[in-house]
Design a binder for this molecule. Structure first.
Ligand SMILES: C[S@@+](CC[C@H](N)C(=O)[O-])C[C@H]1O[C@@H](n2cnc3c(N)ncnc32)[C@H](O)[C@@H]1O
Length: 400
């Protein structure tokens, strides 16, 4: 191999320097993230362009497919059995019902992905990624994305060719609708009785999707919810489009002493999917956010990655339903949303932006996009809280 180019040398020094600032501290994850970014830059510089293209075309698609099939076989759970002991493909074949030769080929690829450890010839053991894959949220996210996105991605080139490469903005003519040959909006389609199982994978995906800490773990909550009414009957927070309530449930756990009612508002199909262990001290209410907000004078109307599913005119309709319900000088809307950078956007934000285009003809907004959206309906952004550098921020909004 040739001696490293100056670029590589600089990148190595950068990795070395960033590595020194990483500690085991769980309270500040930023040094680890900075090292990861530097390490990624180093890998990008080391790989040849042809290796990059080969990985994209040959390596990544079966990585996704083999993982998806792993769930059908219950493979990751089976690998974790018996105290995570290494298992031969013969043994795994008996546990999953799959051909040991097929399992051997699948697991060799998953080993190259770092998803399992190889402990011998045709023998594999789970590692931390296998254990993560076995969790409900990783399983739900993978099944939800794989089963949907393969079909949608496959039709994307044809859709964009048909629309002469216009940026998709029509919620009723999304790429999802084209790919699945339906006139229903994604959330109407998901609400069909025959898609009840998909709701569970979607809920698990939503539970997964926030990278990093939740908003109330990374902001000054007492400053945001300042001076809430001492009346225990008043509403402290409504989680609108809160899915199965993972945010508001965790908020309640984090602040059990905070006064005021907590309410989850969602579509009927999601409310019906709530399990028996949904906390009794949080109210679950069916509500269509495009209709007038029934609860007036709440301290906070919280929407987490809800508006990003919709193009601008729909977002304005949702916000306009909140305006008459808000108490001037008291109520706030809290949007917990990605604020995509004008320049140097991160991979999480751009990936979710693509997902929004594919599913909903929607997009991730910059700070100026969010401000313009609010100003159009008699609201104003009073503060944007940076959540420890995470792409998702808290956009605090008041009546203008
Ligand atoms: C991207 S998910 C975000 C869920 C949750 N806030 C979170 O961050 O995990 C958007 C949610 O909006 C809900 N939703 C869609 N249309 C809605 C409507 N018209 N009224 C209320 N909720 C709606 C969906 O059911 C879905 O759970």
């Amino acid at each position: 191999m040739n001696s490293p180019s100056p670029d590589i040398t600089t990148l190595l020094k950068d990795v070395d320097a960033k590595g020194k600032s990483v500690t085991n501290s769980t309270s500040d994850d930023n040094p680890r993230k900075a090292l990861l970014e530097s390490a990624r830059s180093l890998v990008t510089a080391l790989e040849t362009p042809f290796e990059v293209v080969a990985r994209m075309n040959w390596f990544d698609p079966p990585k996704w497919a083999m993982t998806r099939i792993g769930y059908d076989l219950n493979l990751f759970d089976k690998m974790l059995e018996n105290n995570r002991s290494p298992k031969s493909c013969e043994e795994l074949g008996k546990l999953t019902g799959a051909d040991p030769k097929l399992l051997s080929r699948m697991l060799k690829h998953l080993y190259c992905c770092g998803f399992v450890n190889e402990t011998g010839s045709n023998e594999f053991a789970p590692n931390a990624i296998t254990a993560a894959l076995a969790t409900r949220i990783c399983k739900g996210m993978t099944i939800d994305c794989y089963d949907l996105m393969n079909q949608v991605n496959a039709k994307l080139p044809e859709y964009l060719k048909n629309t002469k490469y216009q940026n998709p903005t029509d919620k009723d003519a999304s790429i999802f609708q084209f790919a699945f040959d339906t006139k229903l909006h994604y959330f109407e389609w998901l609400s069909l009785p025959e898609h009840a199982a998909k709701i569970e994978t979607f809920n698990a995906h939503m539970d997964f999707k926030t990278l990093g800490k939740k908003w109330f773990q990374s902001t000054d909550v007492s400053a945001i919810l300042n001076d809430p009414s001492p009346d225990p009957e008043s509403v402290l927070m409504i989680d609108i489009g809160g899915n199965a309530g993972h945010d508001i449930v965790d908020f309640k756990k984090a602040f059990p002493e905070m006064k005021g009612r907590l309410v989850l508002q969602e579509l009927p199909a999601v409310i019906n999917s709530l399990t028996a262990d949904f906390p009794k001290d949080i109210e679950a209410q069916e509500h269509d956010m495009f209709t007038p907000q029934p609860i007036h004078g709440a301290k906070a109307y919280y929407l987490h990655m809800v508006l990003h599913d919709w193009p601008d005119d729909s977002c304005r309709q949702v916000l306009a339903q909140l305006v008459p319900a808000m108490k001037n000088g008291y109520s706030k809307i809290l949007l917990n949303e990605i604020v995509i950078k004008d320049k140097d956007a991160d991979w999480f934000s751009t990936s979710v932006d693509m997902l929004m285009m594919l599913c909903h003809s929607a997009y991730e907004r910059t700070e100026s996009d969010w401000r313009a959206l609010c100003e159009g309906v008699g609201l104003r952004v009073s503060k944007i809280w940076d959540c420890e550098g995470n792409p998702e921020k808290v956009i605090e909004i008041e009546l203008a």
